[in-house]
Ligand binder design. Structure first.
Ligand code: ATP
Ligand code: MG
Length: 297
C-alpha cells in the first residue's frame, strides 16, 4: 500500500516533469496554420516559410494536409514532388516504430510512444531557400478515438518536433488543433487561422479558435483572405459572425485577393520577388513580424 505522502510526491514529480517538458518545447518557435478547406492555409504556410527562411531562420515546414500540396507551393519541382510518400503511408516505417501495420493488430501490441527522432533525417526534403519539409500525411478520422498506428505515429512526430531546437516549425493542417491535443500544446505557441469572409469558413475559424484556447495555446492570429474591398466590408462581416470570439485573436490581418497567385500556382515563390511588393506579401511580412514579437513574450 502506498501512503498518501508517496502518492502526493508521485503526482508532484509528474507535474514537474510536464512543466519541464513544456519549457523545453517553449524554446522553439512553433506555428500551426489551420482553417476551412480552401481558405488559404497552404499559400500562407508556403509564403511564411520562405519569408522566415530568407530572414535567416532554419525552417521546417510540416504538411499534414491530405492532399499534401505544400511541397509544390514551396516550389519543389513536379517530378520530385510526385515521388513523395507521406510518413503515414510508409507502412514499413509505421511497423518499425509502432509494432503494427495500419489496419492490423492494433491494441495490446501497439507502441503508443515510439521514438521518431530519425523522422526528419529519413523523410525530410530540402526545398528552395533551404527550407526543410516533412510530409506527414493525415490523421485517420474515426467515429471514436482511433488508436490506429498512423495516429500514434503522427502524435509522436508532433511530440518529437516540439523538442527540436533552433528551428521554426510551420505546420499546415486540415485536421485542426484538436487531433493533436496536448502533444501540440506542449510546443506550439501560435495558431494562425485562415478564413474567407463567408459564414461557413468563419464558423470553422471560430471553432478552431475556441479549441486552441481550450488547450492553452497562447497566441492566435486571424487571417481574412481574399479581401476585395477597400472599405473593410469583409472585416465587418467576419466580426458580425465571430461576435465575442473576435477578442480571442492577438492580431487580425486582411489579405487582399491576388490574381497573380492563380497565374503562378501552385508555386508561391515568384510572387515574393515581384516589385513593388504585392499587398499579400506585405501582409505576410506583417504577420511574420507579429509572430516574432509575440514569441518573445
Ligand atoms: N488571397 C488570394 N487571392 C487569390 N487566390 C488565392 C488567395 N489565397 C489563396 N488563393 C488560391 O486559392 C486556392 C486555395 O488556396 P490554398 O491551397 O492555400 O488553400 P488551403 O486552405 O490550403 O486548401 P486545402 O484545404 O484544399 O488544403 C489556391 O489555388 C490559391 O492559389
Ligand atoms: Mg492546403
Amino acid at each position: 500500500m502506498k501512503t498518501n505522502e508517496e502518492r502526493r510526491k508521485r503526482i508532484f514529480d509528474a507535474a514537474n516533469k510536464i512543466k519541464e517538458q513544456a519549457k523545453e518545447g517553449g524554446r522553439g518557435f512553433r506555428v500551426v496554420i489551420t482553417g476551412k478547406g480552401g481558405a488559404g492555409k497552404t499559400t500562407t504556410t508556403a509564403m511564411l516559410s520562405h519569408l522566415f527562411a530568407r530572414k535567416g531562420y532554419n525552417v521546417l515546414a510540416v504538411d499534414e494536409d491530405p492532399q499534401m500540396n505544400l511541397p509544390y507551393a514551396i516550389g519543389i519541382p513536379r517530378e520530385e514532388g510526385d515521388k513523395i510518400v507521406p510518413v503515414t503511408k510508409n507502412l514499413d516505417y509505421i511497423e518499425e516504430k509502432t509494432g503494427a501495420r495500419p489496419g492490423e493488430g492494433w491494441g495490446l501490441m501497439l507502441t503508443l510512444n515510439p521514438d521518431v527522432s530519425d523522422v526528419v533525417e529519413r523523410f525530410g526534403i530540402k526545398g528552395p531557400d533551404g527550407i526543410n519539409m516533412l510530409v506527414m500525411g493525415t490523421v485517420v478520422q474515426a467515429a471514436t478515438g482511433c488508436l490506429c498506428p498512423e495516429n500514434a505515429l503522427l502524435e509522436a512526430i508532433v511530440r518529437y518536433i516540439n523538442l527540436r531546437n533552433n528551428e521554426i516549425i510551420l505546420m499546415d493542417t486540415q485536421a485542426g488543433v484538436e487531433h493533436f491535443g496536448r502533444a501540440l500544446a506542449q510546443g506550439f505557441r501560435h495558431v494562425v487561422i485562415v478564413t474567407d469572409a463567408t459564414f461557413n469558413s468563419v464558423q470553422v475559424a471560430k471553432h478552431a479558435a475556441k479549441l486552441a484556447k481550450d488547450i492553452n495555446i497562447p497566441h492566435l492570429y486571424l487571417l481574412i483572405n481574399r479581401v476585395r474591398s477597400n472599405d473593410s466590408k469583409e472585416l465587418e462581416k467576419v466580426k458580425q459572425i465571430m461576435k465575442d470570439e473576435m477578442d480571442i485573436f492577438d492580431e487580425v490581418f486582411e489579405l487582399p485577393y491576388e490574381e497573380k497567385l492563380f497565374e503562378y500556382e501552385p508555386n508561391v515563390m515568384p510572387l515574393l520577388d515581384v516589385k513593388p511588393s504585392l499587398g499579400i506579401v506585405e501582409k505576410m511580412n506583417e504577420l511574420m513580424e507579429a509572430l516574432e514579437k509575440y514569441d518573445k513574450q
